[in-house]
Design a protein around this ligand. Structure first.
Ligand SMILES: O=C(O)[C@H](O)[C@@H](O)[C@H](O)[C@H](O)CO
Ligand SMILES: [Zn+2]
Length: 325
């Protein structure tokens, strides 16, 4: 079966992002970040429902108790779809009023992980190192895992739940961390002995307790022409699919070897994120953006901002997790 790419949601999102397949209804949930909208597209009827938000909305995920949890502005919010009402659960980055949520996803234990970034003057132009990665647990407790992030983006967990894969876009890499599914912790503290050669008084080994962010390591470095790593999802074989912003493609990576296994090109450059869906999760849905494109660009790429479906990949995904709080 050959790979086929088709445009399925013919709506030009400014920044289409964060697709999530909702198996029960056969709907695709996704956001338009700067368009300040949350969409649910029904693959059977081709109907779409939309909720408008008051601020940039970085992500929206299903909630086990019903409705959705979103990252809007600098708030985690609870969205009741029927009444279209949004209530604040928690506020983050109080000391960084110019920050906003970006990409987010629910871990296998039902915690919502989402990262922040500074507001952009235009795509990828922003104050650097302002972002952090947060998680919201079922008791609505917020944990801040690490900071110094440029653009917090794609994230997912290995099939054995021991590794957290993460993209800070302007590192142009995909990284991996050790992950503890029981505690939701990415960082690890450990003690080790070493001799402080630089401190004259410290001539003998000393016990240092240092908190390293869980063995952070690079699994893939983007190549020339591949663009900026943006959204990401894992497939049922444990391989990563990365949407490449300005690269007009999604790439499949083996995180064990760092080898790129597949490249699928799309008819738009600003591919932003991807998730598996459809019957037995064998379709790859890809969101895209048109923000920052001028008339001439738009004329060349009339489907910029639309959602695409790739079939025939020979790979399949796994069901998305719902927030348990
Ligand atoms: O879509 C996102 O994740 C961000 O919100 C965009 O505004 C980024 O600038 C772009 O995707 C490059 O990473
Ligand atoms: Zn993104």
């Amino acid at each position: 079966m050959s790979v086929k790419v088709e445009c399925v949601v013919k709506e030009r999102c400014e920044i289409g992002e964060g697709p999530v397949w909702e198996e029960k209804e056969g709907t695709l949930l996704f956001v338009d970040i700067s368009g300040q909208k949350i969409h649910r597209w029904n693959s059977a009827t081709n109907q779409k429902e939309t909720v408008a938000t008051e601020k940039f909305v970085g992500c929206a995920v299903p909630r086990r108790s019903g409705g959705y949890v979103i990252g809007e502005g600098r708030s985690f919010g609870a969205l009741d779809w029927e009444s279209r009402s949004i209530s604040t659960i928690a506020v983050i980055d109080e000391d960084k009023p110019n920050n906003r949520f970006n990409d987010g996803k629910v871990d296998p234990a039902g915690r919502l992980f989402a990262g922040t970034m500074a507001m952009e003057e235009r795509p990828t132009v922003l104050e650097l190192k302002q972002g952090s990665l947060f998680s919201l647990n079922k008791d609505h407790i917020v944990v801040k895992h690490f900071n110094q992030v440029d653009i917090s983006n794609g994230l997912d967990w290995s099939l054995d739940h021991k590794t957290f894969y993460y993209i800070d876009s302007l590192t142009y890499t995909v990284e991996a961390f050790n992950y503890d599914i029981n505690t939701g912790s990415i960082s690890e503290t450990h003690t080790h002995t070493h001799t402080h050669t630089n401190l004259v008084i410290h001539r003998q080994p000393c016990e240092c307790v240092c908190v390293r962010v869980g063995n952070r390591r690079m699994v893939y470095k983007m190549e020339e022409g591949e663009g900026i790593p943006d959204g990401m999802c894992i497939d049922a074989d444990g391989r990563l699919w990365v949407a490449c912003y300005n690269g007009g493609r999604v790439i499949q990576i083996d995180p064990q070897t760092g080898v790129r296994l597949q490249t699928v090109k799309l008819p738009v450059d600003k591919t932003t994120s991807c998730c598996f869906g459809g019957r037995d999760y064998s379709d790859l849905y890809v969101t895209s953006a048109c923000k920052g494109m001028d008339e001439a660009d738009m004329a060349k790429q009339p489907q910029a901002g639309c959602v695409f479906r790739i079939t025939g990949l020979g790979a399949k995904g796994i069901p998305a997790n719902s927030f348990t709080g």
